[in-house]
Write a protein that binds this ligand. Structure first.
Ligand code: ZN
Length: 297
């Protein structure tokens, strides 16, 4: 049995169990200061974690995932106040005394979708979340892509619409993809919560176009067999259909591989099979991985 923590910018979700049909305990914690939030996580596992062999943490990033680094398992240069250079994995390891596996929140979600959700049986797929921020995990040849660090697809550049003067909301790059269409960016750009903007509003067309531009870059560079689009902004009911249409248009008939355009973009660009639980369920699998790694060490 494993523990899972989905560590997000606005909330943490913790769970104990073996999978979607066997969760023994779950809790949701608001993200506050690192000490207060991680303290609550520790209390949850102290109370509910009997029999847990390892805990996985899918954490908002960027995170240092280089195991040879002195700051392995730290959140690094996040814009989230108070969380830069915080040793998330180390703090939990010290207080809970079991192996801790850490990766990005989107990597956890991708693993969850691969085992139980919309990417079962696929060795090459991408999970993208469009929420407060934008993140993505790339699985290629059955493995999560990690190199210099982990992919940060939310910060890629896309062409700007002519005449669009919005300077963008990313504190690092201004008008990167996240700076244009994350939930936080949409709030700045339109002055209201995106969830309250009606589906027929023309602004959604622009959001769909900008998201599609980012997805086309990913499709052409990493050749996924499926892309899963999750996150709060994607809960806008018609947006997925609009994005599919724009991706199809932007590719201009360039890719005709079986399983993609030939068989229908509806099977290629999909919603998460596990809904909002992809991250916390996938974190259980990061725990499983940490347990296996500890056994080999
Ligand atoms: Zn950026």
């Amino acid at each position: 049995m494993f523990g899972g923590v989905e560590a997000g910018g606005t909330k943490f979700r913790c769970a104990v169990g073996t999978g979607p049909d066997d969760l023994r305990a779950e809790v949701r914690i608001d993200t506050r200061s690192p000490a207060a939030t991680l303290g609550e996580v520790v209390r949850f596992f102290a109370a509910n974690g009997a029999g847990v062999s390892a805990i996985g943490v899918g954490c908002f990033g960027p995170i240092d995932l280089n195991q040879a680094s002195k700051t392995y398992g730290y959140v690094t240069s996040t814009p989230k106040v108070g969380w830069s250079q915080v040793n998330v994995a180390g703090a939990l390891q010290e207080d809970l005394g079991v192996p801790i596996g850490i990766d990005t929140d989107v990597a956890a979600a991708a693993l969850g979708e691969g085992r139980w959700g919309a990417a079962q049986g696929l060795s090459d797929f991408i999970y993208v979340t469009v929420g407060t921020g934008i993140g993505g995990a790339i699985v290629a040849g059955g493995r999560l892509v990690h190199g210099l660090m982990h992919p940060e697809i939310g910060h890629m550049r896309i062409p700007r619409a002519a005449g669009d003067a919005f300077s963008g909301a990313c504190p690092f790059h201004g008008d990167c993809l996240e700076g244009l269409v994350s939930g936080a960016a949409l709030r700045q750009r339109w002055g209201i919560d995106p969830a309250t903007r009606p589906p027929e509003h023309p602004a959604w067309e622009q959001v769909a176009h900008e998201l599609a531009a980012g997805l086309v870059n990913l499709i052409l560079t990493t050749s996924p067999r499926r892309i899963i689009l999750g996150g709060g902004v994607m809960e806008q009911a018609q947006l997925l259909a609009q994005v599919r249409e724009r991706v199809f248009d932007l590719l201009g008939g360039y890719l005709g591989a079986p399983g993609f355009l030939a068989d229908g973009i509806e099977d290629f660009l999909v919603s998460p099979g596990l809904g909002w639980r992809s991250g916390v369920l996938g974190a259980l699998l990061l725990g499983e991985r940490a347990y296996q790694d500890a056994g080999r060490a």
